[in-house]
Design a protein around this ligand. Structure first.
Ligand SMILES: [Zn+2]
Ligand SMILES: [Zn+2]
Ligand SMILES: [Zn+2]
Length: 194
């Protein structure tokens, strides 16, 4: 079972009050004026997803799932920071626990681009791929042209019952490409001046 640490340093003093505080802040977020409808819808969807998966509904689970709707392909660090902003103190271990439980239940997909931290997304159940920036790690969805896994056919399956081909497109995102060009330009300028 996931262990949930709420409160300063994960202390166990007044845990009920801490949980209540978290719930209060969550309810405030839902009722608060100026909260975009999308946030409320994402929270409702998170609640339904947890119930449909037969998982216990907890404030951190709701917050993680709701936040990921608008912020796909987020790292544990970014997810943790967002959840803490909503709920107050939530330990990184608690965030890992939420991500582990929700991934195992099929509510989240975990992407692990080689050499980059893992990222999580709510878009599950299809065979979409990712394009990853070598420089900053930005990760975007790329629809699978074929649709069904495995979308690549090897010349020889070697007798394996293959069910997946891991396809990752690597390159530079528009920002890093622009930045790289600017650096090249200034280097050339520097050379001309010398
Ligand atoms: Zn980049
Ligand atoms: Zn994706
Ligand atoms: Zn594909």
């Amino acid at each position: 079972m996931a262990t949930l640490f709420i409160g300063r340093g994960g202390g166990t003093r007044e845990p009920v009050e801490a949980v209540q505080r978290s719930l209060d802040s969550f309810q405030r977020m839902r009722k608060g004026r100026g909260v975009p409808t999308a946030v409320i819808d994402a929270d409702g969807a998170a609640l339904n997803a947890l119930r449909a998966a037969g998982l216990r509904v907890t404030a951190p689970r709701r917050a993680v799932l709701a936040w990921l709707v608008e912020h796909p392909h987020s790292t544990v660090g970014a997810i943790g920071a967002a959840v803490r902003e909503t709920l107050g103190t939530v330990s990184t271990q608690a965030v890992y626990d939420v991500l582990g439980v929700c991934t195992a239940a099929g509510l989240l997909r975990r992407i692990e681009p080689a050499g980059h931290p893992a990222r999580y997304e709510r878009r599950v159940g299809d065979n979409h791929h990712h394009v990853v920036c070598r420089s900053c790690g930005r990760t975007d969805d790329v629809d699978c042209a074929v649709g069904d896994a495995p979308c690549l056919e090897p010349a020889d399956y070697r007798g394996f019952a293959v069910d997946e081909a891991e396809v990752v497109f690597w390159g530079l995102c528009p920002d890093c490409e622009t930045e790289g060009r600017r650096r090249d330009d200034s280097r050339r300028l520097e050379e001309i001046r010398q």
